[in-house]
Design a protein around this ligand. Structure first.
Ligand code: S3P
Ligand code: PEP
Length: 405
């Protein structure tokens, strides 16, 4: 079992961090590039394993495409294989084979795709043989994963009849759908979103350049570091105030947890501010930030009501349970309410011994807990999990004075 110990001798930090690029933007741009036919130039693609896997599989001639643990890669390649009539078997890690995909597969089948499950109904692996469009209207449940909707949207313009998607019920992770549409628009696609219906007429993607922004989800760990440090001023490069990424919501709520954001043309500088005693926020539209914020609240002794967590149960691990288990090791007992809410008690963490954090094959468990090394003796199990989205994470932490052994 590999593990690392994390500490910081002074908890005083000042640095400029190049960050990592967004894997969400990268994976969309790559699918669009593949559908356009070779005239699109992409800059600053993510080093994230999820993106490198997407690049590799889009070029592969193998029948079996193994996405490993990359959710977007699985969902986007499923739709892409169908619409391009690429006969494929799509598979992934054991956990990927437990992450539901029925909503997307049902939608693709109703449009006319030939897809079969190879193990359990509703879950990867699947065999995809191709698609012959029989309808231009499809209804999709909106509260399980926005990735199904993004996958359908990106193939919509190249379907012979275009596509009208009716979103059923609450739509979660909405900014990711908006990101998909804005990227499509960057490559010449027009669409209409009225009420619960998105209409994309048949049309061709147009050649254009695109430069991927830094990753706001990755930025969240730096907000955490600034919140927990004694003194800190950190500049994060290539982040914009008007981002396509919904995780830029950090700018709006992190002042409550003691971090202010100051933008200039290079990026954003994080500075320490004043922290509240009580914090409440709904993470329905930015679920990847939730773990970071729960850990910050526990560490700072901020009582908190964290809502909108339903999708956390079906991500890289059951993130609600994983947070519960690991914070318990610090003497903090979360109250879990139903499937989608966590209450963080007002904590006063007093530790005499090192705590070993289990990471459950989840990059965000490792990255959300590592900043606690500013305050306590922590060790992280399986640190290489960060490669999924932010391979340079440990190097970047070292560059601001963290000792990592
Ligand atoms: O489309 C995307 O790039 C993503 C959408 C979100 O998933 P859900 O829509 O399943 O919440 C997010 O959690 C994931 O990390 C990336
Ligand atoms: C949930 C995530 O990714 P995905 O669903 O694409 O595997 C994530 O990066 O936190």
């Amino acid at each position: 079992m590999q593990k690392i110990k994390i500490s910081h001798p002074t908890a005083q930090l000042a640095a400029t961090i190049p960050l990592t690029s967004s894997k969400s933007e990268s994976n969309r741009a790559l699918i669009i590039q593949a559908l356009e036919g070779g005239n699109i130039t992409l800059h600053n693609l993510a080093a994230a394993r999820d993106t490198q896997t997407m690049i590799r599989l889009l070029k592969s001639e193998d029948k079996t495409l193994d996405v490993l643990d990359a959710g977007t890669t699985m969902r986007f390649l499923t739709a892409w294989s169908a619409v391009t009539n690429r006969s494929s078997i799509l598979t992934g890690t054991e956990r990927m084979q437990q992450r539901p995909i029925r909503i997307l597969v049902d939608a693709l089948k109703s449009i006319g795709a030939d897809i079969q499950y190879l193990k359990e109904e509703g879950f990867p692996p699947m065999e995809i043989k191709g698609m012959k469009q029989v309808t231009e209207e499809v209804s999709v449940q909106g509260d399980v994963s926005s990735q199904y909707i993004s996958a359908l949207l990106m193939i919509a313009p190249v379907l012979p009849k275009g596509l009208k998607i009716h979103l059923l019920g609450e739509v979660a992770s909405r900014p990711y759908i908006e990101m998909t549409l804005q990227l499509m628009q960057n490559f010449g696609i027009s669409y209409q979103w009225e009420g619960q219906t998105i209409t994309v007429p048949a049309q061709q993607y147009q050649a254009a350049d695109y430069t991927v922004e830094s990753d706001w989800s990755g930025a969240s760990y730096w907000y955490s570091i600034v919140a927990l440090a004694k003194e800190a001023e950190i500049k994060l490069l290539n982040l914009k105030k008007n981002s396509l990424q919904g995780d830029s919501a950090l700018v709006e709520f992190m002042p409550h947890l003691g971090v202010e954001s100051h933008f200039d043309e290079e990026g954003v500088t994080l500075k320490k501010g004043k922290c509240v005693d009580y914090f409440e926020y709904d993470f329905t539209h930015c679920p990847d930030l939730a773990q970071t914020i729960v850990v910050i609240c526990a560490a700072l002794g901020v009582e908190a009501k964290i809502k909108g967590l339903k999708s956390l149960r079906i991500k890289e691990t059951d993130r609600i349970q994983a947070l519960y288990n690991e914070l318990k090791k610090f003497g903090v007992t979360l109250t879990i309410i139903g499937d989608d809410e966590i209450h963080v008690p007002k904590a006063d963490i007093q530790l005499t011994e090192q705590v070993l954090i289990d990471t459950y094959d989840d990059h965000r468990m490792a990255m959300a807990f590592a900043p606690l090394g500013l305050l306590h003796q922590v060790a992280i199990d399986e640190p290489s999990v960060v490669e999924k989205s932010y391979p340079a994470y440990w190097e970047h932490l070292k560059s601001v004075g963290f000792e990592i052994k």
